[in-house]
Design a protein around this ligand. Structure first.
Ligand SMILES: NC(=O)c1ccc[n+]([C@@H]2O[C@H](COP(=O)([O-])OP(=O)(O)OC[C@H]3O[C@@H](n4cnc5c(N)ncnc54)[C@H](OP(=O)(O)O)[C@@H]3O)[C@@H](O)[C@H]2O)c1
Length: 255
């Protein structure tokens, strides 16, 4: 049961068309935030918006490819025009960038960094600029949550580039938190363990994927709802003194 009220706040969730982003959009809307959902597949976004609105929530969809850094600011302007000044950004859009070091193409390498790292940096910057300009940052209300991964501090097999993109997100989280600490914008990162979504569903159907699940201490994948508590803590007033924190939630997978 979620008792935190985000009524009157506007949250942007990138990568809200599937997987974890859908869950984040729902729990923020359930807590009363008006939610701007951003991703490339607008038909998927529209379906999530419809589900939130059917529950009495407020949500709108905005087409955005975060690898087009110039498109991020205009998408946030459109969100602000429709919903009001942004105080929360969930920087969630991501791609697998999978492939062993001997195999991965230059194009897949660049695409991984363009979405997972450059997209996160410029979304954070565009959100922070608007949080400062609106005066909400000075009120201590503003939160940026970057979705990194256990891959950011562990070398996962077959994912050298993905791991590097997420290590960079962890580094950026600390640097942005420090740069904006006096602006009162909190920047933190969540590092989830493996949760079945479109990013990895094919892998977990394979024998190798099944063997990996059996190797986890609890012999299972996590649920997307396992991130709810920390996400809500990070966006709420209880996290007032928390910035630059890197929080692992992995069901013990990396123990
Ligand atoms: N699932 C896990 O086990 C796990 C673990 C640790 C961290 N994570 C991280 O969690 C985040 C969400 O992933 P997920 O597991 O929910 O995977 P997912 O179901 O594949 O969702 C990825 C989301 O990112 C969006 N996206 C991809 N490229 C984009 C682009 N260029 N511009 C805008 N949006 C883009 C996708 O939307 P469109 O395709 O519609 O654009 C989709 O909404 C990622 O950052 C991932 O690295 C996942």
């Amino acid at each position: 049961m979620n008792t935190l009220s985000l009524k009157g706040q506007v949250a942007v969730v990138t990568g809200a068309s599937s997987g974890l982003g859908v869950r984040f959009a729902h729990i923020l809307a359930d807590a009363g935030a008006s939610v701007a959902l951003m991703a490339r597949r607008t038909d998927r976004l529209d379906a999530v918006v419809a589900a939130i609105v059917a529950k009495g929530g407020v949500a709108k969809a905005f087409a955005l490819d975060v690898s087009d850094a110039h498109a991020i600011g205009p998408a946030m302007d459109a969100a602000q025009a429709a919903l009001g000044p942004i105080s929360i950004l969930i920087n969630n859009a991501g791609v697998g960038a999978d492939g062993r070091a001997l195999d991965i193409s230059i194009e897949d390498y660049d695409a991984g960094f363009a979405v997972n790292t450059r997209g996160v940096f410029f979304a954070a910057r565009e959100a922070a600029r608007r949080m400062i300009d609106s005066g909400l940052a000075a009120q201590g209300l503003c939160r940026i949550v970057n979705i990194a991964s256990i891959a950011g501090s562990n070398s996962l097999p077959g994912l050298p580039v993905y791991c590097a993109t997420k290590a960079a997100v962890i580094s950026l989280t600390k640097s942005l938190a420090k740069e904006w600490v006096r602006k009162l914008i909190a920047v933190n990162a969540i590092c989830p363990g493996f949760i079945e979504t479109e990013i990895n569903a094919d892998w977990f159907k394979t024998d190798g994927g099944q063997a990996q699940i059996k190797s986890f201490p609890r012999r299972r994948l996590m649920l997307d709802s396992d991130l709810d508590g920390v996400l809500m803590t990070l966006v709420g007033p209880g996290a007032h003194g928390m910035t630059g924190s890197i929080i692992t939630i992995d069901d013990g997978q990396t123990l």
